[in-house]
Design a protein around this ligand. Structure first.
Ligand SMILES: [Cu+2]
Length: 481
């Protein structure tokens, strides 16, 4: 072929391409460009056009270690584009897990709209199997409810389906597949949905901070990277928004802020969600806002499987307060099962001998499991220690479903950055008692009415001669001194 012909053909080719592209672009113009999130950080609140100025319709939420999906307005319809796809989620620094999610992360982006909005969601399936999305809790036409086989045919790999409905009622919602849901949810497919009220609502407060947390769980064998999908109850990674402490951002508030936390549970067990330092009220459930007359104070709200709860409080106590699931094994990292209790056994020396035969052998805490944090443990690669996170006073001893509520006098409105560790004012922190301890005489102490305990000598304080027992000394037989 002569060079001139080649160029001629190439030009025809280009012309042909241009035509095809023009058609393609026209068709594509009806689908919003998908937006992807490259990292697991906490994105600042998404300041859409309805969140600023005098006519602002709502104060945007903040999804802990997540983000809000921007929309496109198309003739009065808010259009979103979700892409279901395999993702790699960094659950905690250095601990990466192969998951399935949406738009680059698990959970997927939060969808945030206003009551009465017409919403159109394009869902593109880039998974190796069929999927759907169910809009958990929403009022919508039956054909939009997303149960495969019941309401629609599932979305085949490579295809895009459209969900189109009006966000009828304000509240906290979730989305997740209703197609091979055990696999797809075990792999991390889920997301949050918030519908703000269109006008002042008698049972919905305006708040200064509005957080979203999805409770989720995975079963990742220590040293592996992909969750097991046949696990029914024995999950070993308990997470907020597919992150575990210390990979979770703090919930920050300015002193006096009214704070809302929206919590959804897409694990297979209940989670008593516990906040230190304040009392809260449950102001909303799956079914909508709770009337003020029906609320009561709590410091723990149990969130059952498939439920959503909104809790609210005034952050009027400065400090770093723990926020965690109260099931203690849910604030721990990857554990093997069938672990014997080793409290009271001295393993030193023995461990090294056993490890010659069983290289993975680990000591499960001869003084309780707190040891685990202080010990330099050899762990399989890509495994989080069982309990992680270090505070200003040493290991926190909790991971998993744990983070902090950081209340500060000088936190700026709309500032969600970590203010660092709280410095307790002098005289307001637990301190070591350095006086003498009373002798304990247990003989007769168990006899009712013996009065033995009351007759023990009062402790004599002698700060100058502090007696600090070394941990290696026996903790039994305290009657000897
Ligand atoms: Cu829990």
């Amino acid at each position: 072929m002569e060079r001139r012909d080649f160029i001629q053909n190439a030009l025809i080719g280009i012309a042909g391409t241009v035509t095809a592209t023009a058609v393609g672009r026209h068709a594509l113009a009806s689908v919003p460009e998908p937006i992807f999130q490259p990292n697991a950080g906490t994105a600042p609140p998404w300041r859409g056009p309805e969140t600023t100025g005098d006519n602002a319709r709502y104060r945007p939420v903040v999804t802990l270690n997540g983000w809000t999906l921007p929309y496109r307005m198309n003739e009065g319809v808010k259009e979103f584009h979700l892409v279901a796809e395999p993702v790699v989620r960094e659950m905690s620094p250095g601990f990466k897990v192969n998951m399935w999610g949406y738009n680059g992360q698990s959970p997927g982006p939060t969808i945030e709209v206003v009551e009465g909005d017409r919403v159109r969601i394009f869902v593109t399936n880039r998974l190796p199997e069929k999927t759907t999305i169910h809009w958990h809790g929403q009022r919508l036409p039956n054909g939009m409810d997303g149960v495969s086989g019941l309401n629609q045919t599932p979305i085949p790999t490579g295809k895009t389906f459209v969900y189109d409905f009006v966000a009828k009622r304000p509240g906290t919602f979730m989305y997740h597949p209703h197609a091979d849901e055990m696999t797809q949810m075990a792999m991390g497919m889920m997301g949050f949905w918030v519908t703000h009220p269109k006008s002042k609502h008698p049972n919905i407060s305006e708040v200064d901070r509005d957080y979203c947390i999805l409770l989720n769980a995975f079963d990742v064998e220590p040293g592996s990277k992909t969750p097991k999908v046949n696990t029914m109850l024995d999950f070993n990674i308990w997470s907020f928004n597919s992150r575990v402490y210390p990979g979770l951002s703090p919930l920050v508030a300015k002193l006096g802020d009214r704070v809302r936390i929206r919590i959804g549970n897409l694990t297979m067990t209940n989670h008593p969600f516990h906040v230190h330092g304040i009392e809260f009220e449950v102001t909303g459930t799956d079914g909508g806002p709770v009337p003020a007359s029906a609320r009561w104070p709590e410091v723990t709200a149990d969130i059952a499987v498939g439920q959503m709860r909104q809790i609210e409080f005034v952050a009027d106590e400065p400090g770093d307060w723990a926020v965690h699931c109260h099931k203690s094994h849910h604030t721990m990292g990857a554990m093997g099962h069938d672990v014997p209790t080793m409290i009271g056994l001295n393993h030193l020396g023995l461990v090294r001998e056993i490890q010659k035969i069983v290289p993975d052998y680990m000591v499960m805490g001869e003084r309780g499991m707190y040891d685990m944090k202080e010990m330099e443990m050899e762990l399989p690669p890509n495994t989080i220690p069982m309990m992680t996170g270090t505070g200003p006073y040493g290991p926190i001893g909790m991971g998993g479903m744990f983070t902090t509520l950081k209340v500060r006098e000088d936190q700026k409105p709309d500032d969600y950055s970590d203010p660092g560790w709280y410095k307790q004012p002098a005289g307001t922190q637990a301190y070591e008692y350095k006086g003498k301890l009373p002798a304990v005489n247990r003989n007769g102490a168990d006899q009712p009415g013996s009065g033995q305990t009351g007759s023990l000598p009062a402790p004599s304080v002698d700060v100058g001669n502090a007696q600090v027992r070394k941990p290696s000394q026996s903790t039994s037989g305290s009657h000897k001194h």
